[in-house]
Write a new protein. Sequence first.
Length: 587
Amino acid sequence: MTAYAAPHTIITGQAGRVDHRRRALLVARLRLLLIALAFVLVAAAALVRITWIGTVEPGPTQRSMADALLPPRGEITDRNGVPLARAFPAYALWFNPAAMNEGGDGGPPLVKSPEEVARELKAIFPDLDQHELTQQLRSGRAGYLRRRVLPEDANRVIAIGELALELPRETDRHYPQGSLAAHVLGYVAADGHGRVGMESVLDEQLMDPARRAEPVALSIDTRVQGALEDELRSGMLAVDAVGAAGIVLDVDSGEVLALASLPEFDPNDVKSSDVKVTQEQYDRGITAPAFNRVTNQVYELGSTFKPLTVAAAIDSGSITDLSRRYGATPYQVQRRTIRDSHPLGATLNTPEMLIHSSNIVTGHIVDEMGAATLRKYMVDLGMNERPYIELPARGFPIWQSGEWAPIRGITVGYGHGIAVTPLHLASAYAAMVNGGIWRPATLHRIAPGQAPRGRRVFKASTSARMNQLLRMIAVYGTGRNANAPGFRVGGKTGSAEKPGAGGYRTTSLVSTFAAAFPMDSPRYVVIVMLDEPKGTVASSYQRTAAWNAAPIVGRLVPRIGPQLGVLPDADRDIDLTDLRPLVGDVD
């Protein structure tokens, strides 16, 4: 018998299946929509977070990224991009007495005896003090044994087999040029912060992740710096001087192209003796190598002040006729006799005074000009304040406050009775030769056209006349040994006795030559100073600046001139035709 299904039953079953499919499709669509909505919400949250980090909260994330990508301390370069200071990863040698006792058994920190370990370390690092090393190992006191270890030496330390000798990776400060420009750069101490030089001045900037990505360019030119240090060192050793100082300064911008103080120190390996001396050494006038003689030590710079005195007299209208003659025989002022080192004749005019460096005639010029007028010009040249430069160590001048008595003005006029740094003198000479504008010295590179305006001290006409007179001294006077052929050097010698207990020490001189070149269009000032030079074969047994400081300038200028764009030209010079008849027979 054939089964039979009613039509209604068949229709109802088909409708149920269609309804089930619709519900399943709807559920699937709802699930897909929920998943898509979840993705959209996650993406929106991520976008909001990224926007928040990038605009509202950039600090910690950006700093952490910068810290990961940048060295912990920024780089310092010279004006041409030559690296002077940079950070690099290195090993250190650390003594960790707890390394052998991590289980708390209280055993000895070393497998071998402290004496034996110290002996093996001494074989790897010969400059270590074996006795001090033994004492530290025996004491069980944790600490550095050495801050810079080469990879091959690190392997030799590991071969000793002592767990307490650890070799952590650290970031070290390296000075690729060695001791070059050490007094400009300074160094980085164990705490990671700069000391003494531009490392100290720029410390915050060099450690700031937002600013240390770009190297800091100084005004220093390593080529000029190297030549200055080389010539200073040779000159100092040749006359057995206790120290030397030198600076090369751009007269139009105030940029320091080179600055050197000897003896120097190595910023890669700074010892305690480099930065401090004993009381006994200090009492004897001995300074630490890190002491900057250019910016921090004040001297009586002697006859190098005479051109500044003449410039003040010309500028103030006291000197109107260079041919006028002054008495050149000793005379008394306030119970003090003004005299020269040797007789120079009965009378001298102003050019002859500069050529022969007469204290007596300088005194007469100051007498007529007035001590107050000279003091005003010295103040305008910054001689009463610390020198203007970024370095933290800047010596305060020995300066007579209040009104100057006539004798004070006279002695200052020829470079005594006032003590300043060589940098003071360099800035003053720059103002005297550049058209009369004083500008502060700087160790930062200055972009073309961005030099500070400065302040006018001398008229342009006064500056032009002084350029003639300085050149005349190098051609006919005490500066002849600085007269490098073709470079048109001008300048003035200065030799001053050093003060001591009970008066001046006649056997101890400070010899200085203050120069500029080329005098037909001055661009650079060069100051060279020797502290306590001796009379040797190299100086023809003379101790004065004409025989020891001036020759250094004479050798230096031909080395640095071409590097600075000043080429020798025997056919060019400043015109001296109106001065030549005034100086008599000086050939």
